[in-house]
Structure formats: structure tokens, C-alpha cells
Design a protein around this ligand. Structure first.
Ligand SMILES: Nc1ncnc2c1ncn2[C@@H]1O[C@H](COP(=O)(O)OP(=O)(O)OP(=O)(O)O)[C@@H](O)[C@H]1O
Ligand SMILES: [Mg+2]
Length: 330
């Protein structure tokens, strides 16, 4: 469950448009409908690309490609972007529960500027923000083994609470991606409560882990692991750490020719959950997350191309075969 946002990607020749819309380079700003429309109209005059996005949606698109039966709960508007979003998910075989709001569909306008493909975001949440607790039904959760939720939704605490209650009642393993350090900072008490009472698997990057615990990554990992069954702290190109009870693993990042790190965390979560669903040991879950994350950093945007998917699947198959062989010897 997450914000249904279409990424509108534009590669800009220079920073002029960023200045025009007062967007600090590299930042993520929320914009209102009027500004959002103005930016979109300006972008339409250039070559732009539309790609279904949003953190949790990116994760479950990946789990669907891995072959897991995946579903998504979110809210879209009754417009072209909403239709595009729906058909994009259907194309991956995702069972979407895309409810309709009254505002236009949410979108993240992504400006990619030279020299390092730096990204600046202007996000209009629109209909995505209209998802309310009353929209949820127990049957949306039934029949699933995992429920994955993005931290961006905690601006609506009642929605998140109802969702995890239904997910727990349906017997799901609940995973939470903390999303961003400002989300954690502004909802700290609530997040602690949810992690203590509902969440089984926590994914946090270094700055989210610090905001949640005031600790560096390694100590934060131990602290979070004391409150859920599996804690994962990701440290970008330096890899990730996982802990469950007394079991700890440091996992190096998989080699990659990085051009754009967007989506690394979302795909890592997908690989991790996929491996977990197959009963892989903890270390292998982290390694499989790292393999797939190393593919998304090699492309612009959050969609891994087919050749890279093939490579990832081959690498994951051989890793799993090695794990199964060692286990067979034990
Ligand atoms: N440059 C890189 N090269 C290889 N792997 C990477 C690179 N950057 C990230 N990864 C992999 O992706 C994982 C998650 O990345 P990161 O720590 O940036 O998460 P995140 O901050 O949640 O990402 P996002 O910005 O997508 O939310 C890392 O643990 C690592 O395995
Ligand atoms: Mg992240």
C-alpha cells in the first residue's frame, strides 16, 4: 500500500527551469495543484517520459516480475494519468485496488540535470492523499502472505493503523519501508508504536535509522532489531546490514556501474521479500536485495530493463543454488 504516483521524467539541458519554479537542485518539494499543473504544462513542451512509480508500488512491481502474486492499494484520479497508472500495473500482472479520488492523479515531476544526472523532484500528491481508513476493507488483505507499506503514508496515521490491523488479522508478515528521514522525524512516536506492535520487517536507510534511534547505522540496527523480528539498515554503495535476534550479517553492495541511485531502496526491499518468501536464510535475503538494487542504479529511473532483469535472475538463481547446496550438506 502506498502513494500512487506517476513519475514524469524530464531531462533538462540546464537549470533554468529549476530556477523558474524555485526548486533547489537535488531537493524534493511538495507542490499544490496549481503549481503542479503549471510545471507539467511547461514540461509537456519537452520530451517527457511517464512511468508508474511510488515507493511501495515500485517494490511490488519488482516482486511481481520475480513471479510473486502481488497486489497494490492506492488512490488515483479519474484522468489519463490514473488510467495510465492502472494499465501499467496490470501489464505486470499486479492485482491493483486503485480507488478513485476527486483530485487529479498524483505525480512526481522529476527533473534530471547535468552533469551527474542529478534529480530534483516536485511532487503533487493529488488523489493519492485522499486514501482514508474508511476506504480499507479486510478482504483487500486476505490471501496475502506479506503486507508492505511505505512510510510516506504516515502523514495519515489512522490509515496506517487500520491497514496494519487488517494485515495482521489476515495473518500477513508486515514490512515497513521508513521512506525518508523527515517522515521519521515528524512521526517518531507513532512509528515506534507501529514497529513495536505490528511490523515484522523494518527497512531503513542510514538517515532514517538515525532519525528513528539517534544512533549510527550499526547501533541503530541493533536497536531496531530489539523491536521487530528483522531489521535492515541500508547504507547505499556501502551495502546493508541485517539483524534478526542474535543473527547479524553485513552485506556488501553488489558491483554496479551507477548512474542514478533512485529506486535502490525500493528494489532492495523487493529482492529481500522475494527471497524471504522462498525461505532463504537471512544473509541470502540481503544478498538478493543487493543484486536487484545494483541493477536499478545502472538505469535512469526506477524500471530495470529486460537484459538487466535477465542478468539479475541468473545471478540470483546461482546464489540460491549455492545456498541450497550448503544447506543440503549441513
Ligand atoms: N551505488 C550503488 N552500487 C551498488 N549498489 C547500490 C548502490 N547504491 C545502493 N545500492 C544498493 O541498494 C541498497 C539500498 O540503497 P540505499 O541505501 O540508497 O537505500 P535508500 O536510501 O532507501 O534508497 P532510495 O533512495 O531508493 O529510497 C544498498 O544497500 C545497496 O545494496
Ligand atoms: Mg528508501
Amino acid at each position: 500500500m502506498g502513494n500512487a504516483l506517476t513519475d514524469i521524467l524530464a531531462v533538462l539541458p540546464d537549470d533554468a527551469m529549476l530556477r523558474q519554479f524555485h526548486l533547489p537542485k537535488g531537493s524534493m518539494q511538495h507542490v499544490d495543484m496549481k503549481t503542479g499543473d503549471k510545471i507539467w504544462q511547461t514540461l509537456k513542451t519537452m520530451g517527457i517520459q511517464y512511468v508508474a512509480g511510488g515507493s511501495a508500488a515500485n517494490t511490488i512491481t519488482c516482486t511481481a516480475i520475480f513471479g510473486m502474486k502481488s497486489g497494490f492499494i492506492g488512490k488515483i484520479g479519474d484522468d489519463d494519468l490514473g488510467h495510465l497508472y492502472k494499465s501499467d500495473q496490470e501489464q505486470y500482472g499486479i492485482r491493483s485496488t486503485l480507488l478513485k479520488g476527486t483530485n487529479p492523479s498524483g505525480r512526481a515531476m522529476v527533473f534530471i540535470t547535468a552533469p551527474n544526472a542529478e534529480r530534483t523532484f516536485a511532487v503533487y500528491l493529488g488523489a493519492a492523499l485522499e486514501l482514508v481508513p474508511e476506504d480499507l476493507k479486510p478482504e483487500y488483505f486476505e490471501g496475502y502472505d506479506y503486507f508492505h507499506i511505505e512510510g510516506y503514508l504516515v502523514q495519515n496515521q489512522n490509515l496506517v493503523r487500520k491497514a496494519v490491523e487488517y494485515a495482521k488479522a489476515a495473518g500477513c508478515i508486515i514490512s515497513l519501508d521508513m521512506a525518508s528521514y523527515n517522515v521519521v522525524e515528524s512521526n517518531e512516536a507513532f512509528l515506534h508504536d507501529i514497529v513495536d506492535h505490528y511490523v515484522d520487517i523494518v527497512f531503513a536507510n542510514e538517515s532514517e535509522a538515525r532519525a528513528f534511534t539517534r544512533l549510527g547505522p550499526r547501533e541503530a540496527l541493533d536497536e531496531i532489531a530489539g523491536h521487530c523480528s528483522i531489521a535492515v539498515v541500508k547504507v547505499g554503495k556501502d551495502g546493508s546490514m541485517v539483524r534478526s535476534g542474535d543473527e547479524y550479517h553485513y552485506i556488501e553492495a553488489w558491483p554496479a556501474a551507477t548512474i542514478d541511485a533512485t529506486g535502490a531502496g525500493d528494489t532492495y526491499a523487493a529482492g529481500f521479500l522475494y527471497a524471504h518468501s522462498l525461505g532463504m536464510p537471512l544473509r541470502a535475503c540481503g544478498e538478493i536485495g543487493s543484486i536487484i538494487a545494483a541493477k536499478v542504479v545502472e538505469v535512469i529511473g526506477t524500471k530495470i530493463d529486460i537484459p538487466r532483469w535477465k542478468d539479475a535472475k541468473a545471478e540470483i538463481r546461482s546464489l540460491m543454488a549455492a545456498v541450497n547446496q550448503t544447506q543440503g550438506q549441513d
